[in-house]
Design a protein around this ligand. Structure first.
Ligand SMILES: [Zn+2]
Length: 476
């Protein structure tokens, strides 16, 4: 066993990489310094995100006028039926490697689903060497209500004509809901990002370890229905979903209050502290920041915005690791409103968010899976042995790992502060490191330097046990 002596902390050497990706009128220039620890294939992949193509996809999505889950499926030019067929055909044309299909469910009326509908998520699978899956997703369905999200934020009651209002029922419950609902930002933006990444990943020629899934959900506006159905199926069939990068409302950089921010993106991650989703958010911040240094990732230690929801939560609720990308400054007057049109989109901003997704998904898909740190009895494998005052960490070996990175931080800290790369071992001892004072984690690294997200050593919550007292002995 290797024994590492840590003197005055061990600080990570960040190679100052001169990675310049400048995009001038659609033309990308890339320069990577010789000593970069970035993968030039990922640098190239990130640079192939096309603003122009994102714009073409968004205009096409807008042309369907509504993509409401409850809209017509008979027209070839308007409504959810036409939209899903176009998304399917568009992704099918990318590459013969991409397996594109509808993920179909028959759903009877319930909640905001006011009539029997056939829900079809559109799914494109890029098979990797292993079955573990990395998802990039958005939702292609739309909604527009009287007053939109702006009125909802201001506390306005839903009007009786609102099909999503609890208790409200259309005159004919079986009539399709075909009112105008362009949904270009919500969530045409996440859908366009997903479709564009399906293209660049499937045409990259990179041999990924993980299987990548580009998923356009439906039924989100009725309560994350399409995502829930898919996550339920994945849980039942034990499909190994390792991470979900969900994008919902990621194309506008101008807040309705006039504040503009086109240089940052929020990534929401449910807790508790050091949950896999939080580690995924830290991973996106770290690797997104390295490959797209001009764009700042802002992890958010909460499931989502107040009173708002997204498909990542449907995966979280079934135990999967998932985060939600959200633009930094929202314009609520355009959301869930007939004003959610192409004019509300910043293509350069959407492209930056697509590049961050591409960098994170590619790194994850090339890296080994994150190591397990729980014993057979589901206890974290961290002790004070051998001296009683050391940090003794063990983890399970991961297929494809050539090395591991130990990370730690003060127990009050929000992000990893220090790290130590170790070889192809499954334990390490850090002498005189009090395990009670730090949070520790471990990531797996392959021979090419691709790193998984971190698995943290977390104590499972203790069950509360009632203390028995002698009957009749309690005095009040
Ligand atoms: Zn949405």
């Amino acid at each position: 066993m290797t024994r590492f002596f840590v003197v005055c902390g061990f600080s990570r050497t960040v190679l100052l990489t001169a990675v310049l990706v400048s995009v001038v009128s659609g033309f990308s220039r890339i320069a990577v310094a010789q000593d970069s620890d970035l993968d030039p294939r990922i640098v190239k992949l990130v640079a192939t995100v096309s603003e122009e193509r994102l714009g073409i996809i968004l205009k096409k999505l807008e042309s369907f006028e509504t993509r409401s889950t409850l809209s017509s499926t008979t027209s070839t030019t308007r409504g959810v039926g036409a939209a899903r067929q176009w998304i399917l055909d568009e992704m099918k044309g990318d590459s013969p490697k991409l397996q594109v299909s509808f993920d179909t469910y028959q759903v009877p009326p319930q909640g905001r689903i006011t009539r029997q509908v056939e829900l079809r998520n559109v799914m494109a699978i890029l098979p990797g060497r292993s079955p573990r899956r990395i998802y990039v997703s958005g939702h292609y369905d739309t909604v527009a209500r009287a007053g939109g999200q702006g009125a909802a934020n201001a506390g306005a009651p839903a009007t009786p004509a609102d099909p999503d209002a609890p208790g409200a029922r259309p005159v004919d419950p079986d009539a399709p809901l075909d009112t105008f609902a362009p949904g270009v930002n919500d969530d045409g933006s996440g859908t366009a990002l997903t479709i564009e990444l399906a293209r660049i990943f499937s045409q990259s020629g990179i041999d990924f370890d993980a299987t990548l899934v580009f998923m356009c959900h439906v039924g989100e506006e009725q309560g994350l229905v399409g995502a829930r159905l898919h996550a339920q199926k994945a849980a039942a069939e034990k499909i190994p979903i390792e991470a979900v990068l969900n994008n919902d409302i990621v194309g506008n950089d101008r807040g309705g209050n006039g504040i503009v921010d086109g240089a940052t993106i929020r990534v929401y991650a449910e807790g508790p502290e050091d949950s896999p989703s939080r580690e995924l958010a830290r991973f996106v911040q770290r690797w997104g920041g390295r490959y797209v240094p001009s764009h700042k990732v802002r992890p958010m230690a909460r499931p989502d915005r107040f009173g708002r929801g997204g498909d990542h939560s449907a995966y979280n609720q079934l135990g999967f690791t998932a985060v939600g990308f959200r633009e930094s400054r929202e314009n609520f007057t355009r959301q869930h409103d007939v004003r959610d049109t192409f004019e509300g989109i910043s293509l350069p901003y959407l492209a930056q968010n697509a590049r961050v997704n591409a960098a994170a998904a590619a790194t994850l898909a090339l890296a080994p899976p994150p190591p397990g740190v729980l014993s057979d009895r589901q206890q974290p494998m961290i002790t004070r042995a051998p001296s009683g005052y050391d940090a003794n960490l063990k983890w399970n070996a991961v297929a494809g790992a050539a090395a591991y990175r130990i990370v730690w931080r003060e127990a009050w800290g929000s992000d990893w502060q220090q790290d130590l790369k170790v070889g192809n071992v499954t334990s390490v001892i850090l002498p005189n490191m009090q395990i009670d004072d730090y949070v520790f984690g471990v990531a797996a690294i392959d021979a090419g330097g691709h790193e998984s997200f971190v698995t943290a050593y977390v104590s499972p919550p203790r069950a509360s046990t009632d203390i028995k007292t002698k009957p009749g002995s309690q005095r009040n």
